[in-house]
Ligand binder design. Structure first.
Ligand code: 5RP
Length: 272
């Protein structure tokens, strides 16, 4: 692995722990103005708590301060909306653009078991070919499909395929027997959070994934749709980087939620 690729990976995976908290805010590329991301200003205070921001170029250019220290992983696939055939994606951002935006990685979805499986998997191969010329790590995102059964057999297949094709790291969903998915995949795995869960359940999922060998999260809705997004990202961070239990992390979430409620009340009082 050359210097550039390793250096970029070290901007995503915190060298102190070898793990990462990626904040996924790319949902609008096929879902439009998703709850919690309608106004992108809401995510700005969360960014310093993330090692890496997973984002599209449109949001990066228009809504994100170029002075941020958090690294960028750029979504480079797209095409269909939530109303269409999701697997009909192509690569829509050039490697030159990713370099110009100072991305530390690029990410695309593969749709194993879906209509356009073969095209998305061969697109991954092409993206890796191109990315390696620039020392750019590639994140493959698996199991994105409305009708996919998210069990360890299917997720294990999709993650292993992504690694075999050359992805440098893989994002997938958590499932029972997640250690089997990790064992079968020779590159680091991060988990997506999926649909919004009660906060404790999302933290238990994070704890389970890290204990099973995941190298972090690329989490969106369970952070930005929480009643305390800052509390949640701090809680997730404690599990990923400090090995906190879900209960310890939940206490962090609650403490942060209470202190921001006090701050809001103080600000309201100052205005009276
Ligand atoms: C969608 C994505 C999202 O980034 C991913 O699903 C993570 O977000 P969430 O935690 O909300 O599932 O890649 O295709």
């Amino acid at each position: 692995m050359d210097f550039g690729l390793k250096n970029r990976l070290s901007k995503i995976f915190n060298p102190k722990t070898g793990k990462t908290v990626m904040l996924a805010v790319d949902h609008g590329y096929f879902q439009g103005p998703t709850t919690g991301l309608r106004d992108m200003k809401n995510i700005i205070p969360l960014i310093p708590n993330a090692d890496c921001l997973f984002v599209t170029r449109g949001i990066l250019r228009n809504c994100i301060d170029p002075k941020i220290e958090t690294s960028i992983c750029l979504r480079v696939s797209g095409g269909p909306s939530i109303l269409g055939e999701l697997s009909n994606e192509d690569i829509i951002v050039s490697m030159e653009e990713a370099v110009r935006l100072n991305a530390s990685g690029v990410g695309m979805s593969i749709f194993v078991g879906a209509q356009n499986e073969d095209r998305t998997v061969s697109n991954l191969g092409r993206l890796v070919n191109e990315a390696e010329r620039y020392g750019m790590p590639v994140l493959a995102i698996t199991a994105v499909g409305k009708e996919m059964v998210r069990d360890s057999r299917y997720l294990g297949l999709a993650c292993r395929m992504a690694a075999e094709i050359g992805a440098h790291f893989v994002k997938t969903y958590y499932c029972d027997d997640f250690h089997k998915v990790v064992e079968g995949c020779p590159v680091p795995i991060v988990i997506a959070g999926g649909k919004k869960l009660p906060e404790m359940d999302a933290l238990l999922m994070t704890e389970g994934a890290i204990k099973a060998g995941a190298k972090g999260v690329d989490m969106g809705r369970n952070i930005f749709q929480s009643d305390s997004p800052t509390g949640m990202i701090k809680a997730v961070r404690a599990i990923v980087h400090k090995g906190a239990t879900a209960q310890e992390a939940y206490d962090i979430y609650q403490k942060s939620k209470k202190s921001s409620a006090v701050e809001t009340a103080d600000t309201a009082m100052e205005k009276v």
